[in-house]
Design a protein around this ligand. Sequence first.
Ligand code: ZN
Length: 300
Amino acid sequence: MEKIASTLALATFTLMGFMSAASAAEEAGQASFVLHKISNHLYAIGEPNYYQKNYSYLLVGSDRALMFDAGANQKDDITKLVRTVTDKPLSVLPSHLHFDHLGGLHNFNSIYLPDLPFVRDFKQEDGLYHVPEPVHLGNIDHLTLAPLKVSRLVKPGEEIDLGGYRVKLVSTPGHTRDEVALYDEANNILLSGDHLYPSWLLAGNLGDYIASLSSTLKLIDKDTRIYGAHADEDPSQVPTMAYEDILKIRDKMLAIQAGQAQGETFTDPELIKDSKLYKVVKDISILTDIQFTDGRRYGY
Ligand SMILES: [Zn+2]
């Protein structure tokens, strides 16, 4: 997998700017964002110095550009880095409404959300989407989320046409109810958000997660390039996964559901106070029975 990742990260550069609003990491000489070119249509933007090692993706068509996730960083404007790549009209679609994917949302004028009942329920009489804190969990990262003006709701199965570059929105609940992925059929690329990435996967609902994994396995094949929203142990590498990884994750979840898997207690000082961890392969594992560092339980 590391070999694949290094060849896919064709060109990488680091943006050191934004010193006027410099974060502690930047003052220490570390970049907030690192740009990786995957193709002329697709870029990954990593946050290697953020504890969750987020990766967001920039999709560029001949008419429009789309960010899949807004980055975790709340201070430094991720769109400034986007503007070094493209000057096309820019929208953002979060893979789901968790704080670590919404930090930069306020920098975007055009926000897309998936057209799901769970999401539509956030719309109030003012026409704005009021996402409650128990959904975005912003308290963990001191994120406050202003009500969102939404430009477009995208239905599951619907295509987003950026002009010569099209992706299909795929509903993949399990991490959260609103989790979505983007599938580029022409190039056989899946941007999988928090549905799939090569680190610990947080299972919000095991039944939904297994159903989504089974759908994903029908959608992809052994040649599909899969890019997730969090890096593995090496945050400098764009997080990629292979078909076999997805099979193993699905099978492990089935074993957990059947009570046949052996978990171990897992904690993480920055995010996880308590959980059960089930190892899958390499750095990939599944967390269930999660309690966050702020004491809250996770799941739906
Ligand atoms: Zn995440």
